[in-house]
Design a protein. Structure first.
Length: 382
């Protein structure tokens, strides 16, 4: 079945009507993907929305730039899908509905909730919080490329959007989430801090307010966080970034008594190895601050725009091998140290040799690993 409609509000109503008239259909849908339509240079390019059940896929087309998807419309869909386990929302403008039944807050549970390329109304963050407020538990929550017109919303005005008992086991906000600190501030006040096991976040070292929020989240979840991934974007001032991290974030890492896996990701750019304080200063300082219980360390670099980025070989040549070796030797249960190069071509094996010479003990123990991944692949920390 295909439902073609450029108005998400009408499309939602049509789908809800279909589910209500055919209850058996809704009972079979366990994974729902809602994907909007992108417009390029005025040309309409359809992006399918797949309503995937156990056996039969359903597709529709929705429009990113026409009337938005309302939280009330989404709630209507959720209410008709009793066995839904995974929800993916992509390429939508989202709008709050003024009349939502408060009794439905926290009515649903999901194994996976993913929101990508979501544009909010001027309310921005409250739009997203309303969606999160539908759930009492989400095992894996992923948010990326969230655009808010007002990312500095006072979160204290919207804490009631989410139940205090809301819980997440795996939280990922790896890139371009406007107002990321505000979302973390809200989630930090829920039961998630007692259930969070995996944390994958964009790290913005020049934003001291965000670092304070991130440090508080890490501290409050320190007893149960087992996997931590920090992703850096294009850092303009490595000296200031290193200073801020040393003051505000690094001291909290040692409190992660359950931490077993740590990943750090950075794009390669012209300043990544040329500054007095380079990306290696940040990498080594972070690793040095980790608890000794660490078993897995992933260090990932992604190529930038050619020819403005240094090569992977040049990057590892600037590595302070002795300092990294000392930092890694602290981990008494270390099993794997993985260097990941995300690039267009093949990994430069000369860089592999440089790392092996810098870390001979780890090479001898056969716990060094080297991986090359395609640029088009999304970097998964775990």
């Amino acid at each position: 079945m295909h439902v073609v409609d450029e108005n998400p509000s009408k499309n939602t109503s049509h789908f809800v009507s279909l589910l209500q008239s055919s209850p058996a259909l809704g009972s079979h849908i366990k994974r729902l993907i809602l994907e909007g339509r992108r417009f390029d240079n005025g040309n309409q390019t359809p992006w399918p929305i797949a309503f995937a059940g156990r056996a039969t896929p359903y597709h529709a087309f929705m429009s990113y730039s026409n009337p938005p998807l309302t939280t009330g419309g989404l709630l209507g869909i959720l209410s008709s899908l009793p066995h839904l386990r995974a929800l993916h929302l992509c390429r939508f403008q989202l709008s709050r509905s003024s009349l939502l039944d408060p009794s439905l807050k926290g009515s649903f549970q999901l194994e996976e909730l993913e929101m990508m390329h979501i544009k909010g109304t001027p309310q921005g963050i409250p739009d997203i919080l309303d969606v999160l407020g539908f759930f009492s538990q989400v095992e894996t929550l992923s948010m990326r490329h969230i655009d808010n017109a007002n990312p500095n919303t006072n979160v204290s005005d919207h804490l009631s959007s989410i139940l205090s008992t809301f819980s997440v086991k795996s939280l990922s906000m790896p890139s371009s989430v406007a107002g990321i600190g505000s979302y973390l501030d809200v989630i930090d006040r829920t039961r998630t801090m007692k259930t969070l096991e995996r944390l994958d976040l964009e790290c913005i070292p020049l934003d001291t307010e965000y670092l304070r929020t991130l440090s508080r989240v890490i501290t409050n979840g320190s007893l149960n966080i087992e996997q931590l991934s920090l992703r850096f974007s294009d850092i303009k001032n490595y000296t200031l970034a290193s200073h801020n991290l040393s003051d505000l974030l690094n001291p909290t890492l040692s409190s992660l008594t359950s931490l077993r896996s740590f990943a750090i990701y950075s794009p390669l750019n012209v300043s990544v190895v040329s500054a007095d304080a380079s990306i290696w200063t940040i990498v080594i300082d972070l690793i040095s601050a980790l608890p000794t219980t660490i078993r897995h360390v992933n260090i990932a670099f992604q190529d930038g725009v050619i020819p403005l980025h240094p090569s992977w070989k040049t990057t590892v040549e600037r590595m302070n091998g002795s300092a990294l070796r000392v930092a890694l030797e602290r981990f008494t249960e270390l099993e794997v140290v993985r260097f990941i190069h995300i690039c267009r071509g093949q990994m430069d094996l000369r860089g592999v040799s440089i790392v092996e010479r810098a870390l001979p003990e780890l090479a001898e123990r056969n716990i060094l690993r080297f991986e090359q991944r395609e640029l088009k692949e999304r970097f998964n920390a775990w």
